[in-house]
Design a protein around this ligand. Structure first.
Ligand code: CA
Length: 228
C-alpha cells in the first residue's frame, strides 16, 4: 500500500511518514503543490494525503487537475482550516474524506483504512498470532473461529500489541501511542492495567494457550509460549 503525503510543514510530514512506515505502509512525502501533482500523476499510489495550504499549487488545484486527468486515487484532505466552505470546496473537488489538523494518529489510520478498503493488502490489514485473528478493516477479532467482542479501546490496544507481536511493549508506548498522552502518570498506568486485564480475560481465559503475557518491570508481549 503506497501513500503519497503532500504536506509543506516538514515536521508534520515527517511525523505522518514515520507513523505510516511503522504501520507497514510505503510512503512518499513531497512538500510543494507542483511536486505533489507530478508524483500523483506519474506514479501509482493507493492514497493521497493532501494538505490544502501549500506553496505553489494549492491542494484544491491539485485535486481538480488530477480528477480532470481521470485519476480516481482516493484523496484524504488534511487541513488546519475547519470551515464549512473549505469542506464543501474540498469534497466538491473530488476529495473522499477530510481531516482537520491537529488529529490523533489512530483517527488518521482509521480514515486511511476506510478509504483503501477496495485495494486492501491483506498483509497489512489482517493480523494473526496462533489461532487469534484481527481484521483491521472490520475491527473484528476471532480466536479459534469464535468471535471475540471488544470495546473500541480494547481493540486499539490489541491491534497495537499485535503489530508489535514478539516484541515487548512498554506502558510508556501504550500511553503515548494508544492513549495519546505525552506525560505518563500513575492513574493512566492503572487504566492501562485495567484494559490489559479485561483484554486478557477476553482473548486468553477460555483458551489453552495464553498469548498476552506480562513481562515484569517492562510491560507486555503478544507471543506463543514456544517463542523465546
Ligand atoms: Ca500547509
Amino acid at each position: 500500500m503506497h501513500i503519497l503525503v503532500v504536506e509543506d510543514e516538514p515536521k508534520v510530514a515527517q511525523a505522518i511518514k514515520n507513523g505510516l512506515l511503522s504501520e507497514g505502509y510505503r510512503v512518499t512525502t513531497v512538500h510543494t503543490g507542483e511536486e505533489g501533482f507530478f508524483q500523483a500523476a506519474s506514479q501509482k499510489v493507493d492514497l493521497i494525503l493532501l494538505d490544502l495550504m501549500l506553496p505553489g499549487k494549492s491542494g484544491i488545484e491539485i485535486l481538480n487537475a488530477l480528477r480532470e486527468l481521470g485519476k480516481d486515487t482516493p484523496v484524504l484532505i488534511l487541513t488546519a482550516k475547519d470551515t464549512i466552505e473549505d469542506r464543501v470546496l474540498g469534497l466538491d473537488s473530488g476529495a473522499d474524506d477530510y481531516l482537520v489538523k491537529p488529529f490523533a494518529f489512530p483517527e488518521l489510520l482509521a480514515r486511511i483504512r476506510a478509504l483503501t478498503r477496495r485495494g486492501r493488502s491483506d498483509q497489512v490489514l489482517k493480523l494473526k498470532l496462533a489461532d487469534l485473528e484481527l481484521d483491521c478493516i472490520t475491527r473484528k477479532v476471532k480466536r479459534n473461529g469464535y468471535d471475540i467482542p471488544l470495546t473500541s479501546k480494547e481493540y486499539e490496544l490489541l491491534e497495537y500489541l499485535m503489530r508489535h507481536q514478539g516484541h515487548a511493549v512498554s506502558r510508556e508506548m501504550l500511553a503515548h501511542d494508544v492513549w495519546q498522552v505525552k506525560d505518563r502518570a500513575t492513574p493512566l498506568d492503572n487504566v492501562i492495567d485495567v484494559h490489559i486485564n479485561r483484554l486478557r480475560s477476553k482473548i486468553d481465559t477460555n483458551f489453552d494457550q495464553p498469548l498476552l503475557h506480562t513481562i515484569r518491570g517492562i510491560g507486555f508481549i503478544m507471543k506463543t509460549e514456544d517463542e523465546p
